[in-house]
Design a protein around this ligand. Sequence first.
Ligand SMILES: O=C([O-])CC(=O)C(=O)O
Ligand SMILES: [Mg+2]
Length: 225
Amino acid sequence: MSTRNVARFWECGKKIICVGRNYAEHAKELKNELPTEPVLFLKPPTAYVKEGSPILVPHYSSNLHHEVELGVVVGKAGRDIPQTSAMQHVAGYALCLDMTARDVQDQCKAKGLPWTLAKAFDTSCPVSDFIPKERIPDPARVELWLRVNNVIRQRGSTAQMIFSVPCLISYISGVMALEEGDLILTGTPKGVGAVNEHDELQAGIEGVINMTFTVGRQAFTSSDI
Ligand SMILES: O=C([O-])CC(=O)C(=O)O
Ligand SMILES: [Mg+2]
């Protein structure tokens, strides 16, 4: 894959690997135990949405939550990657939202079912433009923020992550091969909450990038895509 294609990672059709409960304060706010190893789940490439298109509340949910996260874009494929060379596999970053149907996730948790319906629906992965690696010299020093209708909801530093970016790359690549254009969502800091139709959602990485999305509602109609 060319550098140009990695820069348009959302068009590559590659996988999105998400990490849950990677910030202690967020694990606590949802009354979850702190993980002893990374919690992983996946989103399909159809989850991507870019600025200019709305985030859609799934037709089967009435409690859509925002989660602002640092995304890591893979630039070099690998399997069983050691932590010491993990950063060589990073092409760059993206500001990401892990949109979550919290009511559906709660039902999945109660029934012991996977989180797919809660996390993998169309538009569940809003992303910024590609951020070249040089613009973020240290992924453990990134300040994330998120506002809904101009009110600050989330603010956190990636310094608070339980598992670092090199640790996550090493762990994930021991489970599944990482490929160029894959995206890793590294977990959300505290402050998650609901968004509703017509809300305006703004998120940013301090001093690097910001993005704006509006919220709409998914219609349950058959259509060609
Ligand atoms: O749904 C959750 O709370 C897990 C998750 O994605 C996160 O911690 O970022
Ligand atoms: Mg998340």
